[in-house]
Design a protein around this ligand. Structure first.
Ligand code: SF4
Ligand code: SF4
Length: 99
């Protein structure tokens, strides 16, 4: 057991891939609660400053943070109106220090 623990090696980040998620939002279903913005761990979603046909301010993916989405699916899970669909679309090497 001790021998197995000592044989552990640090993670080589160059060999680890992480997903960059694609987030699709049905803005007309949105009720503007902004739970998705609050719960995103990587600050990918922001207020759009625009309203849908029901008068609710819907979120958008921050154009400067789109690559920070790790496809965790949290925004999809917390949305009470099922407006969000998250999918993985590419995988890239993990770079230390990138959030
Ligand atoms: S959680 Fe859903 S309903 Fe709430 S702001 Fe986000 S997309 Fe709209
Ligand atoms: S999938 Fe995760 S990281 Fe991507 S926008 Fe939703 S909550 Fe943020």
């Amino acid at each position: 057991m001790v021998r197995r623990l000592l044989s552990r090696v640090p993670l080589n980040y160059k060999n680890v891939l992480r997903p960059i998620g694609r987030v699709d939002i049905d803005i007309e279903l949105c009720k503007g609660c902004h739970f998705c913005i609050e719960f995103c761990p990587n600050d990918v979603l922001v207020r759009s400053g625009k309203v849908n046909r029901q008068g609710y301010e819907y979120p958008i993916v921050d154009p400067n943070r789109a690559d920070a989405c790790v496809a965790c699916g949290m925004c999809e899970r917390v949305c009470p109106d099922y407006c969000i669909k998250v999918s993985d679309h590419i995988y890239v090497p993990v770079v230390e220090g990138v959030k």
